[in-house]
Design a protein around this ligand. Structure first.
Ligand code: G6P
Length: 592
């Protein structure tokens, strides 16, 4: 998710220092490019690839004349992080400046049409079509506000857009769909921002415009207009959060915020469906797949193996990146080697990628545009989770899983599974609505020193990931096992003091997993079942149960059943007094 700020000041002073300060408040997320546009008789733009501080050192962003303007920090998605791709983007004549947050699914078609009409483009972003469309509609006689309205009617995807035009000096217009936007009323002037923490220093009275509404900012105030041009009266809410709380959108920790971001991460990543199909078409006949990854990304890869083998019927391996070199020689040109990584920088995965490139097709599924793997793999898909701050991966994991389902669908030609995924964001929301229940439950587990997580088939990687989340943030020893494997050793450890978390969604493996549950129950283990709502038999056999919407069956369970386990690990950690965002000895990016 990119960062957007716009402001119109009441007094006769320059807006750039304020815009710069606001945008710097978003620096903690680690953006890759930054830019400002201000109006001083004409639109001036300064923008470049790089961190905010570095770009300011070279371009002196704080020193731009003009009483109003817009600013942007980019988290690259469509188009690599480069100077040209940094926002703001301009129209043909350089009179309209636009910053945008979100993803436009139909931009290629719009761009092609605009090029046919004589427009030229400087960047490879999706955003650049917006100023050109606004220009076109203004040339047809519309004012800025209505040109923006007509433009968004043509867009498919998610957006928060803030625009200004030389012909209508003193005005900024803004609108949104599936992307957040806040309007701020401050002493010095009027603000618009993708994230409230950006403007909190200047404005604490905030309105969140609804979809379909257009906000018009001027030095006299902010007007909000609905689709019929009717002015909307809405009272601002007073934000009492501290800047730190606001960065976390009011959540106690980034991890909890990021767990809550997951429905959107899945929804946005589903937008990569056509890109995935295009890549698989380009590669041609894939006879074998091999996933390579570390940590949480390795668990996503195991789900990938089960999906590809069951949907596409081709052989699929999963290798921990640091072990890849021992089998690298067995891969050939018919193999697609898929690298899964939230950071796109992990050293072991990078080494394996360079090796794999010598023999096979490579595809990187990463969350960070412009990262090392993004640059070096033959093909790349970006998960649309947005920046993740918590060290323990949550929303990037669900983004990876979503991309992997798209990969399996593209290789197998089976679109049914992607249709099913459309419902997943609402299933995740249902699980998140049970957070308080899981918080209460966590209090009954916070004394434990060990826990087993069991699952079969698609639930096996869920068990592994649930256990990893618990151990990495709460320092409780959690161990995930394939349910059938328990009797070959670990069962010896099971007694009344050992909680066993059994992941048991409805589906082909249900009965067998129930047998495994009975095995541990017979040894007196305290069982927490994660199963289907309304399953009274399961409930009666378990000490505790987390109930999930019964429509979620085994094949899509990894995207939903993982969420209560993230929440359980989170609440156990907080209950113990640890900081889940920064677990000891661990780092978000491992480049050694
Ligand atoms: C680190 C992170 C984990 C992540 C692993 C692999 O250990 O803390 O959350 O799963 O690296 O990282 P990658 O960026 O390649 O997914």
């Amino acid at each position: 998710m990119c960062g957007i700020v716009g402001c119109v000041l009441k007094e006769n002073r320059d807006a750039a220092p304020i815009l710069f300060r606001c945008i710097s408040n978003l620096e903690y997320r680690g953006y890759d490019s930054v830019g400002l546009a201000t109006f001083d008789n004409k639109i001036n733009v300064k923008k470049a690839k790089g961190k905010i501080r570095d770009v300011n050192a070279s371009l002196n962003l704080e020193n731009m004349a003009g009483k109003y303007g817009i600013a942007h920090t980019r988290w690259a998605s469509a188009g690599r992080p480069t100077d040209e791709n940094a926002h703001p983007h301009l129209d043909e004549k350089g009179r309209v400046a636009v910053v945008h947050n979100g993803t436009l699914e139909n931009y290629s078609k719009l761009k092609e049409k605009l090029i046919g009409e004589g427009h030229t483009f400087k960047s490879t972003t999706d955003t650049e079509v917006i100023p050109h469309l606004i220009e076109k509609h203004m040339d047809e006689g519309l004012d800025l506000e209505h040109a923006l309205r007509k433009t968004v009617e043509m867009l498919k995807g998610s957006y928060a857009i803030v625009a200004m035009c030389e012909d209508e000096a003193g005005k900024i217009v803004a609108t949104r769909k599936d992307s957040p936007l806040s309007l701020g009323f401050g002493k010095e002037g009027y603000f618009v921002a993708s994230d409230t923490p950006a403007i909190l220093e200047y404005a604490r009275d905030v309105i969140r415009p609804r979809e379909g509404e257009i906000a018009v900012l001027s030095k006299n105030g902010i007007e909000i207009h609905d689709e019929n041009d009717k002015t909307i009266e809405r009272k601002p809410s007073k934000i009492t959060w501290t800047a730190d709380m606001a960065k976390k959108e009011g959540y106690d920790y980034f991890m909890l915020k990021e767990i809550n971001d997951q429905p959107l991460a899945v929804k946005n990543t589903l937008g990569q469906k056509n890109n995935m199909k295009r890549i698989i078409n380009e590669i041609g006949d894939v006879k074998r797949v091999c996933f390579v990854a570390c940590g949480t990304s390795y668990h996503a890869s195991i789900t990938g193996k089960y999906l590809i083998e069951s949907l596409a019927g081709i052989s699929c391996d999963v290798i921990i990146a640091s072990e890849f070199k021992y089998s690298a020689k067995t891969w050939d040109e018919d193999t697609l080697v898929v690298f899964i990584s939230q950071s796109g920088e992990t050293a072991d995965s990078m080494t394996a990628l360079r090796q794999a490139k010598q023999t096979s097709h490579t595809l990187a599924i990463v969350n960070v545009a412009g990262s090392a793997m993004w640059e070096e793999a033959d093909h790349v898909i970006q998960t649309q989770a947005g920046p993740e701050i918590g060290v323990a991966a949550t929303k990037t994991y669900l983004g990876q899983l979503t991309a992997i389902y798209l990969l399996a669908a593209a290789i197998s030609g089976n679109d049914k599974i992607t249709e099913e995924l459309e419902n997943v964001p609402s299933y995740i929301e249902e699980v998140i609505s049970k957070a308080d229940e899981i918080k209460e439950l966590s209090k009954r587990y916070n004394f434990v020193h060990n826990a087993f997580y069991l699952g079969r088939g698609f639930s096996y990687p869920i068990a592994l990931e649930g256990a990893l989340k618990l151990k990495e943030i709460s320092y409780v020893h959690g161990e995930g096992y394939a349910a059938g494997e328990l009797k070959h050793g670990p069962l010896a450890l099971v007694d009344e003091d050992m909680p066993v978390i059994v992941i048991i969604p409805p589906g082909a493996d249900y009965d067998k997993t129930l047998t495994n549950l009975e095995e541990v129950r017979a040894r007196g283990a305290s069982i927490l079942a994660v199963g289907s709502e309304g399953n009274d038999d399961l409930k009666s056999k378990s000490k505790e149960m987390i109930s999930i919407n019964p429509k979620v069956t085994d094949i899509i369970a990894p995207l939903v059943y993982t969420v209560p386990l993230q929440l359980l690990a989170y609440y156990v950690t907080v209950e113990k007094g640890y900081n889940p965002d920064q677990p000891r000895n661990l780092a978000k990016v491992i480049t050694v």
